[in-house]
Ligand binder design. Structure first.
Ligand code: MN
Ligand code: MN
Length: 465
């Protein structure tokens, strides 16, 4: 073996290094970018709120509602909100659409507790809402923390009203109680997933009865009276409502160095917000850029607002029709960054991870060639050529990236929306921000990674290849 210098030996290695070491100058910009991201989080605790907040940002940036058949010129910015829960935003490129879209997709639904259709009951002079958990929730994490109610109620007369209680200073909050340690001997014997069950997740909402002692369920009636007074709704209106129970706290800096953010719902607003900001900041791209912020990822992407539905592809087809472009050619030439969070290596739970293929908070945007479980089942497996395109693009634009898998391969795994997009014939690869305590009420990310996600989307939106 010929002698090499130390640098020449180093050049043979893949190294997964911190952004602080490889791009220290980006840390100040990351701090600034994340102020906007924290505002996004605090204004977007539900998919409806995320869609509405995104629409405000798009309108402020000059986007126009897309009308099928409208004349489109390079640089034009159009958008569509789908069923109040999904966002599609596009900037028309200089190249014909047959040369492909550059698609950035993330999701804006997050694990939470939803109210059941008949949620309200009283027991021993306490008023409660029964919930049905949405997505992969570790139930024991949702007790004994402050909770807020967010949602929409459709009334009998066809009008609807938005509800948000527990966010403004001075608002009351809600909670789910847990057993005291003094009486928990039997509960302590249970396995962790059984310690708190779905039927335990009842939200404490009131404890004052109405004065009329001749009536029964007087606390429940008091609750209904208060809700009717404030929102003009009745118990029947819960049957046509979507009310989500979410943590009542706001996004906060974590650490003495303020290098991280703790918040509810990083999964997947931590990819959605950077993807949207990159789309908004893209002017005169070569390829037409399309940012999709979708719903229902956490429950399998089914339904009219999930990536299994036609809605996003229908928008792409209508864009092609408006431009007189062949949609089959456009789909075949397109590339998609399917963004979703991934597990950050957690030294406190090192047993769950394989360090060489772990992705780490603070080391840049993570690339996943494949996801899935039990032997790469149910995954998009991006072609090596697409991984090569993406890593070349990120290197060229000095975007810190790392590549890996979620954790030890026999422990579980998970999927993303990448396969649904790829199944439509669009070349797709998974990227995302690593998260600590993923799916918990208080998830943690590194600000450096949030910023690198933004830079990655920006490079992709403006790339001419
Ligand atoms: Mn996700
Ligand atoms: Mn998730």
């Amino acid at each position: 073996m010929a002698n090499k210098t130390a640098n020449e030996w180093e050049a043979l290695l893949y190294k997964n290094e911190t952004v602080a070491d490889t791009a220290p100058d980006s840390l100040a910009a990351a701090q600034e970018f994340c102020e906007g991201y924290k505002r996004f989080l605090d204004n977007a605790k539900t998919e409806r709120e995320a869609a509405a907040y995104s629409e405000r940002l798009l309108l402020d940036a000059g986007y126009k509602p897309f009308e099928p058949g409208m004349a489109l010129r390079p640089g034009d910015k159009v958008y569509r909100i789908e069923h109040k829960k999904c966002v599609i935003a596009a900037t028309i490129g200089a190249k014909p659409m047959e040369e492909g879209f550059h698609l950035g997709i993330a999701h804006i639904d997050a694990p939470r507790l939803d109210l059941r259709p008949v949620p309200l009951y009283e027991d021993k002079d306490f008023g409660y809402f029964r919930t049905h958990y949405y997505g992969g929730v570790r139930k024991y994490q949702w007790v004994a923390i402050p909770l807020a109610l967010h949602g929409t109620v459709c009334r009998a007369d066809g009008t609807s009203v938005d509800i948000c209680i527990g966010e403004k200073p001075g608002d009351p909050v809600f909670c789910i109680t847990d057993l005291l340690p003094h009486l928990s001997a039997k509960q302590n014997e249970k396995k962790l997933p059984e310690g708190i069950t779905g039927e335990n997740l009842n939200v404490l909402i009131a404890s004052t009865p109405i004065a009329d002692k001749d009536l029964s369920d007087r606390v429940k009636l008091n609750v209904l009276g208060l809700l009717h007074q404030a929102y003009g709704i009745t118990e029947r209106d819960f049957t046509r409502a979507e009310i989500e129970v979410v943590p009542a706290f706001t996004a906060r800096d974590i650490g003495l160095d303020r290098a991280m953010i703790g918040a509810y719902g990083h999964d997947d607003r931590v990819d959605a917000s950077p993807a949207l900001m990159a789309e908004i900041n893209t002017k005169a791209p070569a390829h037409t850029t399309v940012c999709v912020l979708t719903d229902k990822e956490e429950v399998g992407s089914d339904g009219v607002t999930g990536m299994n539905s036609e809605y996003a592809y229908a928008f792409l087809k209508q864009l092609c029709a408006a431009a007189g472009a062949d949609e089959i050619a456009a789909f075949r030439a397109s590339k998609c960054l399917s963004a979703d969070v991934t597990a950050a290596y957690d030294p406190s739970y090192a047993d769950a991870f394989e360090p060489n293929n772990g992705t780490y908070a603070g080391r840049g945007i993570a690339i996943y060639k494949y996801t899935g479980s039990r032997g790469k089942n149910s995954t998009n497996d991006a072609p090596a050529e697409l991984v090569a395109y993406l890593t070349r693009l990120l290197d060229k634009n000095s975007v810190a990236w790392q590549i890996g898998e979620m954790g030890k391969i026999d422990l579980g795994g998970g999927g993303t929306i990448a396969k649904y997009v790829a199944n439509r014939g669009i070349n797709t690869i998974d990227v995302g921000v690593p998260v600590l305590s993923m799916h918990s009420p208080f998830e943690v990310v590194s600000k450096a990674d949030v910023y690198m996600a933004y830079l990655a989307f920006q490079a992709f939106c403006t790339d001419a290849e």
